[in-house]
Design a protein around this ligand. Sequence first.
Ligand code: DGJ
Length: 734
Amino acid sequence: MITYSEKERVFKLDTANTSYIIGIVDDENFIGHVYYGKKLKDIDVTYLLKTWEYPFVPSKNNRERCSFYDLFPFEYPTGGMGDYRESCFEVKTASGHFGSMLSYVSHEIINGKPKLEGLPATFGNEDECTTLKIVCEDKYIGMQVELLYTAFNDTDVITRSVKVINTGKEHFYLTKVFSACLDMDRKDFDMVSLNGSWARERHIQRKALGYGIQKVSSFRGESSHQNHPFIALVDRNTTQENGEIYAMNFVYSGNFCAQAEVSQFDYVRMSMGINTQNFCWKLESGESFQAPEVVMVYTDKGFDSMTQNFHRLYKKHLIRGQYKNKKRPVLINNWEATYFDFNTKKLLSIAQEASKLGIEMLVMDDGWFGKRSFDNCALGDWKVNEEKIEGGLKNLVDEVNKLGMKFGIWFEPEMISPDSDLYRAHPDWALAIPGRPGTESRQQFVLDLTRKEVVDCVYEQVASILRSANIEYVKWDMNRQLSNIGSYGLEADRQGEIYHRYVLAVYEMQDRLTKEFPYLLLENCSGGGARFDPGMLYFSPQIWCSDDTDAIERLEIQEGTALIYPLSTMGAHVSDCPNHAVGRVTPFETRGIVALAGTFGYELDVTRIPKEDKDMIPSQIEMYHKYNDLVREGDYYRIASYSQNHQYDCWQIVSEDKTESLVTFVQVMNRANYKSRRIILKGLDEDKKYKVVFTNVKDVEDCVYSGDTLTKAGIFIPNPWGDFKSVLIHITEV
Ligand code: DGJ
């Protein structure tokens, strides 16, 4: 899987279908990126480094050393020496100088995958992956840099990360430490990214790459609604089924930057890492800095293949805990049902009705603590408000349990309201620039999690609530982004560490939580889906996808999210209409079928919705139980995209053994005088026979066709009457 050829000085990393090749050149041991792409049999490709061409290498042509730096495809480019493309690494020494250059020192090939200290990362044992550690140095600074690469066996993924060690006598400052880079000598790519806003997260954007730098980034202290820590460079002809893709996804939940730079020679440098804005990390002699992990996928088989590689990796090598491969309880959340206006009586009336319909868990959302009756106070005061929760929390949980339901609760542990007992006692516990008024957002400040006493205090408050009753689910929310970056607990030359330290503290808190309460189902959330990233998935098997629960808006959000993340991770609920985000009215059936492509749950007042909607809930829950194993574990294929065709959406899930499949078709806008629409199925075994059942369409007979026919000739979807109609087709081997 990973080999080193001493003679050629070449590393070769292989996955099932891809090869990644690194070469060491010249007397100064420059580390060059030779190749990443379709699997190669041989290593005789070092000519791709072009060192046979002018300006050659410095030992042959030192007079043009600068030109060499500016052309050479570096594995990990550093700045300030003559490579004028954007670097991955910058350091400022104690004497105030910038500039560094790395040369190879040694390497190690390790079976399995070492952990990254303090950070979430993918994992795999000795049979599942192999890791290459390349140690390089800048002897003038007194610094070692370890480049880590892991190649997986069961998915075409290579992960990368970087560790910097101060081996000198003096401190220095890291002002940039990206985690991965790909220098490629071609430029005719499109760049694909996921962009949006609150309630419009992760819409797919594809545009042609041009000269200069094109980037997506976040400076909000979280991965964000607006941009996503993902980019893919794809061949101009790449489709769902065909074509080359180089993709990167960051296992990190804070400020990031993902970019592609097309340079003067029509080369492209693709890179990803922690955003440099406000980043400055001091490393004392002997200290080290571990940068987060980047997941890279290469495929020549289009987006379906890229998606399946990411899904497989995250399902097997990132998500943990007892719910990793398990069906989740069908929950009902009271947020859209009641907002802040609830008490024990109201919650129990919802639970009583819900339990009769087959719903399995009640989740009490924001508003149960301190004196919180609106979003303007009490964050930080994690004590039950017994005026609302009469009889106390344990009593409520016990009553819900007596109905045969589990109980879940909402927290927003990272925040503090100016109007809270916590703030009155510790005004210096909020992030703030001394002497400057704080900037409120949703009338709240962000806690200074760089301080251990703050983390410990909040953790203890959260944990004591969880210890006080039989609580089996936590929704961990974060409703504002970071600003006013200042900590009373850090020295002046460490204020540039706050953003990253904050993320590390969130990880540490969630690590403690999942260790102390291993049975918990944790669902991360951030004002909808602003922190939906692989970093958070390491701690919670599901993340609330968006505050927009409208089934039609969700098509685009879920399509973008599922481009990278397994359906089992996407928090999706059936809510009431007119929808609270867009005012749209859609059929209850469609709301259920769209939520089925995620975790599936309800977010409505079941005591007040129309009877005909309520009557559908038991059969929707039956549908969830019937199909969830397939939805959660199967391979996902995109058949049509509403965001592209503006009329209909269609996706398919196929079980790993290809014996079962589920096709979802949503007709967004009907057309007059339009006939049945033909769709071509995917992923089925050509040699198997399948029974095709239109589960919710009357007058269509069950039929049997071969996988060959279904994946070549396809099937017809009869034109549904009306907008927002959905069709669910179940396919089983006969
Ligand atoms: C934002 C979340 O996305 C909502 O579901 C809800 O929990 C609110 N926060 C509560 O403040």
